[in-house]
Ligand binder design. Structure first.
Ligand code: PLP
Length: 392
């Protein structure tokens, strides 16, 4: 880092990303590669959370809490701008799972109606549908998932093939957590329009990672979590529902503050008393990520992921389960080491080398999962791969 900077470093320079990294309280020596699960919050998010928590508990009166009405609406507006939606189309939820389940349980469907999911959907958009199907006689069809995808067309075709006149909804994962396939969101949006099918997009692995536009994706609903790539507070999330679809969704939870006249997607966030300070932290999260800018976040993620994939793929014993093509993938990198038990390597990486990651212990997605983000350095992409190389 230069001692006397003449101009602010731009997002094209390593100096800039060193400054970004300093905004996170990650432990020294820890190479944190698990963004797909939970990200650390930035200091601005933590500071605002702490500030509002103290203020709340110093004076929990109704009067002191009035400020949260303003914060909530400000947050809604910022989330809407971030996702290219209208404020009335945004519900502030607790996570992706809740958003998905609001859709699963909120839409009128009848016996024989068909729902398309994929074999790699997260349980919140798979088991949830299977439970509803059992209750109401729906038919859930699962598109097989290639590992890795050879092309966007292959992924598109796997969904299109399952459409029949009885299809009512498809729940697609934008980028899968299992092996990091990126589904062609916009093309699937056109497909859904053509057949008049509800299109739910699971954005757990793209909200805060990609510069998502729900309009460009053409989805009817989109759910994300603040505690993943967005780097916000735990147990916060967003659910977008397209304006023309809102009237078709029944609320799953109805309690105090409910009213039939609640405007837009607000009727899906009536959960009883909420953790108000968390909403203030969530707002700081939008400010922080928008200060970098989503196009810059996405471009940096591509750089980090490409470097790490190139490094890993150069190790002969490594079998990549994620496509090396950025257009077919996202922040998730899944790989296996030939001749080594996944769980052993997973444990050794953390306990001996301070590399935090995720694993799938068995099945077709078995392997080690690295998911870097903007608080990681390029150097860490080299160090992590060098450690793997030593272990094989
Ligand atoms: C694709 C996908 N969908 C949904 C979820 C659920 O996220 P949350 O636990 O934040 O609700 C996850 C979590 O890893 C995920 O990867």
């Amino acid at each position: 880092m230069q001692s006397a900077l003449k101009a602010a470093p731009s997002s094209g320079s390593e100096d800039y990303w060193t400054l970004v990294k300093r905004q996170f309280p990650l432990a020294d020596g820890l190479i944190y590669l698990n963004a797909a699960n939970v990200c650390p919050s930035s200091r601005p998010v933590l500071d605002r959370h702490q500030e509002f928590l103290r203020d709340f508990h110093a004076d929990p009166s109704f009067q002191n809490r009035l400020k949260y009405d303003t914060i909530e609406e400000s947050l809604r507006g910022k989330l809407a701008r971030m996702l290219d939606a209208a404020a009335d189309e945004i519900a502030i939820t607790r996570n992706t799972s809740e958003g998905a389940n609001i859709i699963v349980n909120g839409i009128d469907l009848k016996a024989g109606d068909e729902i398309i999911i994929t074999t790699h959907n997260h349980p919140s958009s798979a088991d949830s549908w299977k439970v509803r199907a059992k209750r109401h006689g729906l038919v859930v069809k699962e598109a097989p998932t290639p590992i890795p995808a050879a092309s966007s067309q292959q992924l598109f075709d796997s969904i299109e093939k399952l459409i029949t006149p009885r299809t009512r909804l498809m729940a697609i994962t934008h980028v899968t957590s299992t092996t990091g396939n990126r589904y062609p969101a916009a093309e699937l949006g056109q497909l859904a329009r053509k057949h008049n099918i509800w299109y739910h997009l699971d954005g757990a692995q793209t909200f805060g990672a990609f510069d998502v536009s729900v309009k460009k994706a053409g989805c009817d609903s989109f759910a994300g979590s603040a505690h993943k790539w967005f780097m916000g507070p735990l147990e916060s999330g967003v659910l977008y529902i397209k304006e023309s679809r809102i009237a078709q969704v029944w609320p799953s939870i109805v309690t105090a503050k409910w009213s039939d006249t609640l405007k837009g997607a607000r009727k899906f966030e009536v959960f009883g008393q909420r953790d108000n300070p968390r909403l203030a932290a969530f707002e700081a999260g939008v400010d922080f990520i928008q200060m970098i800018g989503m196009p810059a976040v996405e471009a940096r993620l591509e750089q980090l992921v490409t470097r790490l994939k190139d490094n890993l793929a150069a190790i002969p014993q490594v079998h990549m389960k994620t496509s090396r093509d950025w257009k077919l993938s996202g922040g998730v990198i899944k790989f296996q080491i030939k001749g080594r038990a996944t769980a052993d390597v997973y444990n050794t990486l953390y306990t001996k080398h301070r590399v935090a990651l995720a694993q799938t212990a068995s099945g077709e997605s078995e392997g080690l999962r690295f998911s870097p983000h903007v608080y990681n350095s390029m150097e860490e992409m080299d160090q992590a791969a060098a450690i793997v190389r030593k272990l094989v």
